[in-house]
Design a protein around this ligand. Structure first.
Ligand code: PMV
Length: 323
């Protein structure tokens, strides 16, 4: 039967995390480690999934039961993506799906969103619907919200469009920015962060001290707008200053950790233009922008602070069919 292999990139947010959940902008880049999904049509009206990277092996369900009953954590995004697709564009065939990831789900590169995007793109091609990027984004973002209840969708946009994007909550604006590559060094903190827990933590503070949080979000928004300009000019020194200021805001929000602070401070001391946590905070990764001749020293300092340096390409292509 007909089959297709599709891949989509992971992401790292450059500036604007947290405030982007509340109708504000962020900057995000797609990274060169990809999620791969093979979808094969079959005659039995059954959904079969193999996702060994997230301990899902030999998982089967009838198409009419999708989304019902107990769904294993590792199967959720793929299963709900198929369910949402089938509700909008009904089909009769069964599906055999296999997912593999070039990156560990612990890094916070957005493996769930990337696999959701892959499934929708694959089904769109297999059913000859040729959905546009925005249609794929909308269906994938709906899927993420159905499962997580929260999130701006910036990770979904990075997986669909690739490159480096200026993005506003829910895809109100998705603007690709013309840059070749970014002078980025990435450090993993060794701690897995839970995005929804951190969003809720900030929300609780917002209920108690709305003005304080609103004020921080306003500052972050100004930093993002300025950073967009400097990114287009490739003025990495100015961009780095804005990253440092954003890190101060994130510390005020209460989402940084001693380890992330030590890693970012170490990077700046070694001559990085700037450094900050990337993502929800609480763990996952930090990023530094650094001149070529300082990269090695920056990497060393990140490791001294207990981080693991991850070599990664930035600004890579979005979801695509693999021939
Ligand atoms: O933890 P990550 O990398 O998924 O990033 C979360 C960024 C937030 O702004 C906190 C949430 C969101 O969906 O935008």
């Amino acid at each position: 039967m007909k089959s297709i292999v599709v891949s989509a990139p992971g992401k790292l947010i450059l500036l604007g995390e947290h405030s982007v959940v509340y109708d504000r902008p962020c900057l995000v880049t797609a990274v060169g480690q990809r999620m791969r999904v093979k979808v094969e049509l079959s005659n039995e009206a059954e959904f079969q999934l193999e996702a060994p990277d997230v301990q899902v092996v030999g998982y089967k369900k009838s198409i009419s039961e999708l989304g019902k009953g107990e769904v294993p954590k590792g199967a959720k995004f793929v299963e709900f993506a198929v369910k949402n697709f089938a509700e909008k564009y009904p089909f009769k065939q069964g599906l055999k799906i296999e997912t593999t990831s070039e990156f560990s789900s612990k890094l916070g590169f957005g493996s769930s969103s990337a696999s959701t995007v892959c499934v929708i793109k694959a089904l769109s091609e297999l059913m000859n619907l040729k959905l546009s990027s925005k249609e794929i984004f909308d269906l994938a973002y709906k899927t993420v919200l159905d499962i997580q209840g929260k999130g701006s969708g910036f990770d979904v946009a990075a997986a669909v469009y690739g490159g480096t994007l200026y993005f506003v909550t829910g895809g109100k604006v998705i603007e690709p920015l013309q840059v070749d590559s970014l002078p980025m060094v990435v450090g993993y903190s060794g701690v897995k962060a839970d995005t929804v827990t951190l969003i809720n933590q900030v929300k609780e503070r917002m209920l108690k001290e709305p003005e304080v949080i609103e004020n921080i979000y306003n500052q972050i928004t100004l930093l993002v707008e300025e950073a967009k300009k400097q990114l287009l000019k490739k003025d990495w020194q100015k961009f780095g200053d804005l990253m440092n200021k954003d890190q101060v805001c994130l510390r005020q929000l209460g989402v940084s950790t001693d380890k992330l602070d030590a890693m970012t401070n170490g990077a700046v001391q070694a001559g990085a233009y700037g450094a900050k946590l990337s993502g929800a905070g609480g763990g996952d990764c930090m990023i530094a922008f650094a001149p070529l001749e300082k990269r090695e020293e920056v990497a060393k300092n990140i490791e001294k602070a207990g981080g693991e340096v991850i070599n990664i390409e930035t600004n890579v292509e979005g979801v695509r069919e693999e021939k």
